[in-house]
Every structure is written in C-alpha cells, then in structure tokens.
Design a protein around this ligand. Structure first.
Ligand code: CP
Ligand code: NVA
Length: 318
C-alpha cells in the first residue's frame, strides 16, 4: 500500500483507488455486484454515509464526475464538499501533502481529479483517509467501473466479450485495458501510430488477462479492431490539457472515428460507448452516438451507482 510512505498521518491499512489495478478481479466483481444491488434498491443504503463527509477536489473541469459524486454522497446520507483547486490554498502553492493532511482531519475520503498520476500518489501517501482518482492524465478508473457495469447489464457477464476502443491511447484507454483484462474480456485498442497506450499498462493488462482468460491487442487498423466486436468505445482525440495539440491530432485521427461503417463490421448487438464529453463529427458520428446501439446514457447513469459502491467498499461500509 502507498499509505505511510510520505506522510505522518497515513494509515498503511487504508485502501485507495488510484488505478483499476488497485482492485483484484474478485474485488471488482464484488464492487459491481454491490453497485447492482444499490441501483436496484437505493433507499436501502440511504443512511450508509450518515455523519461522514467526502471532499471532491477538481483541478480540471467536470460535469458527470462532479455531479455523480456529489449526488451519490448525498443519496447515502453523507456530506459532499466540492472544492475547485483555484479556490483552495492549493491553487496558491500549498502542497498536495499538506492539503491531504488537512482534509483528512475533516473528511472521510478524498476524491481528486488532476493532471499527473504522481499527485494522486503523493496525496494518498499523506492522507489518512481513502483517496480516489476521479481522472488523471494516466487513468480514469471510475469511468471504467461504470463501463464494465454497463457491459454486464447488457450481456450478463463481460467474460469472453470483445471490447474495442478506437482513438487515443489515453487515460480512458488505460483504465479500460485494465478493467477489461480484470473481467476476462478481449481488449483491442486501435490508435494512430504514436498514440498507443503506454507499454507498461499494455504489459500489465496482458499479465492480468493471462490469469483471467482475457487478452489484449494493440493495433493501428480500426477495421480489423472493429470486426466482430461486442463493444465499440471511443473518447476525445485531445484530452484536457492537450488543447494546443487538437489541430495536429485532428489530422491523424479521422480514420479512427466511430462511424456506422465500423458499427456494421462489429457484432449485430454491439454496444456503442463513449465516456463523454463527446464531439459529434470528430471521434464519433452523430448517427452512431444517437443511434440504436448506443448505451452512452446508461454509462452516464452508472457512474452514480458504481461510485456509491466504491465509496462504501473503500470505507469498509459495504
Ligand atoms: N466522463 C467524465 O468523467 O465526464 P466529466 O469530465 O464530465 O466528469
Ligand atoms: N480523455 C478525456 C476524458 C474526459 C472524461 C480527458 O482526459 O479529457
């Protein structure tokens, strides 16, 4: 565990969720089972966080993450504290360690959206309460929970299914690689040359897949990747923080657009996914995004249920 490495307040036994790889395949299945139960009967959990507070810290913009965590904590009877870094002393140079130590004296968990993954690791080392990664440049592990729940809901079980992700080998791709591998899926990532997921993540996902019966493929051929796929997913071509590269990226990504032509190569009951926000006409066509195979709005809703389950799991209140 990371706890205890950097801060006097750390509890070496606490659980953080900084990467999908912080959950074993069994943890992941248990957490998704809990999310199913909470979705089916939300009122049964309405006092589970009574008397507890959760800090939601944002160093980047957010719509879904902010609202789903804030509402989710409130639905569990807890108190969400939403903090934009520009309004915190963090924005004036207070360290992430001191911010973590301070927040730990007031709240029961800290959720952080930030840039470098290292900031989350430093925060988790200094905080005595669980820390959740609600998106970094490296991973988006909360999104992957919602995505796998959505796939399970439609197919009864993700094992053996082919999950194809088209576009940038970014934070969302990294978390899908790991989550797909943990749940026994075949994960295909199709990117332009130079935009592959980082090799360490691909290697780790392949290692996990070898244990779960899944597999991992990285390719530059979108059509090959789409053939027979059970899930087609994509994300923006330029992530938050990469705005200056958007024009340059727009030259190399168009053949990876999630189009009707690629949908037709996939399985007839393919699920179309996108973590949002989307740019219709860029990484996905309006026809596909708003078409009959899209489960995008279920993904949006499932952020709420999976994150509520995650908080109970990390706090030992499941
Ligand atoms: N998918 C997702 O994390 O959306 P937001 O950036 O709106 O939170
Ligand atoms: N890859 C995107 C995901 C947004 C939810 C980004 O980091 O901006």
């Amino acid at each position: 565990m990371r706890g205890g490495r950097l801060g006097i307040d750390s509890d070496p036994m606490k659980r953080d969720y900084l990467s999908v790889d912080d959950l074993s395949p069994e943890d992941l299945t248990g957490l998704l089972d809990l999310a199913d139960a909470m979705k089916a009967d939300p009122t049964a959990y309405r006092d589970r966080l009574a008397g507890r507070a959760v800090a939601l810290v944002f160093e980047k913009p957010s719509t879904r993450t902010r609202v789903s965590f804030e509402v989710g904590v409130a639905q569990l009877g807890g108190h969400p504290v939403v903090l934009n870094s520009s309004e915190l002393q963090l924005g004036r140079g207070e360290t992430i360690e001191d911010t973590g130590r301070t927040l730990s004296r007031y709240v029961d968990a800290i959720v952080l959206r930030t840039f470098e993954q290292e900031r989350l690791e430093v925060l988790a080392g200094a905080a005595s309460v669980p820390v959740v990664n609600s998106l970094s440049d490296f991973e988006h592990p909360c999104q992957a929970l919602a995505d796998v729940l959505t796939i399970r809901e439609r197919f009864g079980g993700p094992g053996g299914k082919i999950l194809t992700y088209l576009g940038d080998g970014n934070n969302v791709a990294h978390s899908l690689l790991l989550a797909g591998a943990k749940t026994g899926m075949t994960v295909r990532i199709a990117t332009p040359p130079g935009f592959e997921p980082i090799p360490q993540v691909v290697h780790r996902a392949a290692e996990i897949a070898a244990e779960t019966g899944g597999s991992v493929e990285v390719t530059h051929d979108p059509e090959q990747a789409a053939k027979g796929a059970d899930v087609l997913s994509t994300d923006v071509w330029a992530s938050m923080g990469q705005e200056a590269e958007a024009d340059e990226r727009a030259l190399v990504f168009p053949i990876f657009q999630l189009s009707q032509q690629l949908v037709e190569l996939a399985a007839p009951d393919v699920l179309v996914m996108h973590c949002l926000p989307a740019h219709r006409g860029q990484e996905i066509t309006a026809e596909v995004m708003d078409g009959p195979r899209s489960v995008i709005w279920d993904q949006v809703e499932n952020r709420l249920h999976t994150q509520k389950a995650l908080l109970l799991f990390l706090l030992g209140l499941a």
